[in-house]
Design a protein around this ligand. Structure first.
Ligand SMILES: *Cc1c(COP(=O)(O)O)cnc(C)c1O
Length: 400
């Protein structure tokens, strides 16, 4: 069996072990310490966001973000359906209602026009007749969760403007988008709160971890308090709120500090992977195939965490994403279908959906899922790996 080529595997730099060693030597083996503070400062500097708290995961960060903006049991939250469950699970932890929103074709992310229509009708049900496909929610949603999927920025400036106009909190799930930017401003910086992840498969990793970032100090101070079991000031353990054990350990933060030193290189490598795939498939497209790439807005900077393609078998001589996925798998190369939208998950059966269609479907993200594929995208892929990947793909396209 040939060595496995992974979809996206950890890629350490040269300083991580040194910083971990430092944590051991100083006995800061705790969910606080100098590397925690240092990693938070690194993230603030990199994103240009004033405050950051590093946490045990991106999902934990999103959970705290919802709590910070006041989402409680029974409240409504608009959430991009086309995402990983980490974006939406925290809505369920709280007992709030997720309203799943379709994507748009320009970035594959949250459709601002649908968000605007839902908020318009929720605020003024008298306007419902003008938007027959939009459900009238019984109350204004408390928050909107927008995702920069696969590191491609959503229409963040527009979403920010809409949320501000309706006085609804915007939470930017930039878990996949560290190093990307929209209109020259870092992903993660556009929401009232931004979420980052350092899970093992992300663009940089701390083995597991996440961060919550915001320009509002109160949000991040409160998040730190809640993330450490909500301990009031007292010599004994005293609690006036229910907290969580969500802080990042100083050992993991040590890895994070090392990874920050190579982040820009990792972004460059991922973007180079994407360009390589574009060049490769463009060659086939000039021979009668029609493979599409995840688009980005003009002038935006995607980190291309994962390189994603979309192909309709009817326009590609019967080749489907499964033909490609299985072909690669047979050579021990990992590829994966795009995220299965949250509204199609059994656990969310019966959830409220909104799209541009009157029926209960989200046609754009369903179509993306049906025919989309994430290709091997690690920043540690070698020329030899690419040679193997392209040989398998050549075999598939030549025999079509
Ligand atoms: C990875 C990810 C998360 C959650 O991050 P974890 O650190 O794995 O909890 C949330 N949203 C998206 C879109 C992600 O890809």
């Amino acid at each position: 069996m040939k060595d496995k080529i992974w979809l996206s595997s950890p890629h350490m730099g040269t300083s991580e072990q040194k910083y971990v060693q430092e944590a051991f030597e100083t006995n800061w083996i705790a969910p606080l310490g100098p590397h925690v503070n240092g990693f938070e400062q690194d993230l603030q500097k990199y994103t240009g966001v004033a405050h950051a708290a590093v946490l045990s995961s991106g999902t934990a960060a999103l959970h705290l973000a919802l709590i910070e903006v006041g989402v409680g049991r029974g409240d409504y939250v608009l959430c991009q359906s086309f995402t990983f469950c980490g974006s939406s699970n925290p809505i369920s932890y709280i007992g709030a209602h997720a309203v799943f929103v379709d994507s748009e074709t320009e970035t594959w992310n949250l459709d601002p026009k649908i968000v605007e229509a839902v908020l318009t009708v929720a605020q003024n049900p008298a306007l419902a007749a003008k938007h027959p496909q939009i459900p009238v929610l019984p109350q204004m949603p408390k928050a909107v969760i927008a995702v920069d999927l696969y590191g491609v920025p959503a229409q963040l400036e527009t979403l920010k403007e809409i949320c501000a106009r309706f006085n609804v909190a915007l939470i930017e799930d930039a878990a996949e988008a560290l190093g990307a930017s929209h209109r020259g401003v870092a992903c993660g910086a556009w929401g009232d709160l931004g979420v980052l992840s350092f899970n093992g498969n992300k663009i940089i990793t701390t083995s597991g971890g996440g961060a919550l970032i915001s320009n509002r100090r109160e949000y991040i101070d409160r998040a730190r308090f809640l993330a450490t079991q909500a301990r009031d000031e007292a010599p004994h353990y005293q609690h006036s709120a229910i907290g969580y054990n969500y802080r990042m350990s100083n050992v993991c933060a040590a890895i994070g500090r090392g990874q920050m030193e190579v982040l820009d290189e990792r972004v460059q490598a991922r973007r180079a992977n994407f360009n390589r795939y574009v060049d490769y498939f463009t060659k086939w497209n000039s021979k009668g195939f029609a493979i599409q790439f995840q688009p980005q807005l003009e002038g935006d900077f995607a980190n291309r965490w994962l390189s994603c393609i979309w192909l309709n078998p009817a326009e590609n001589k019967g080749i489907s994403r499964e033909t490609i996925r299985e072909g690669l798998a047979a050579d021990n190369i990992e590829a994966r279908p795009l995220w299965k939208p949250m509204h199609m998950q059994p656990v969310h059966e019966g959830a409220q959906l909104v799209s541009n269609e009157p029926v209960g479907t989200l046609p754009i993200c369903e179509k993306l899922f049906a025919n989309g594929l994430c290709l091997p995208s690690g920043s540690n892929l070698t020329d030899v790996d690419f040679k193997r990947i392209f040989e398998v793909l050549d075999g598939i396209f030549k025999s079509a």
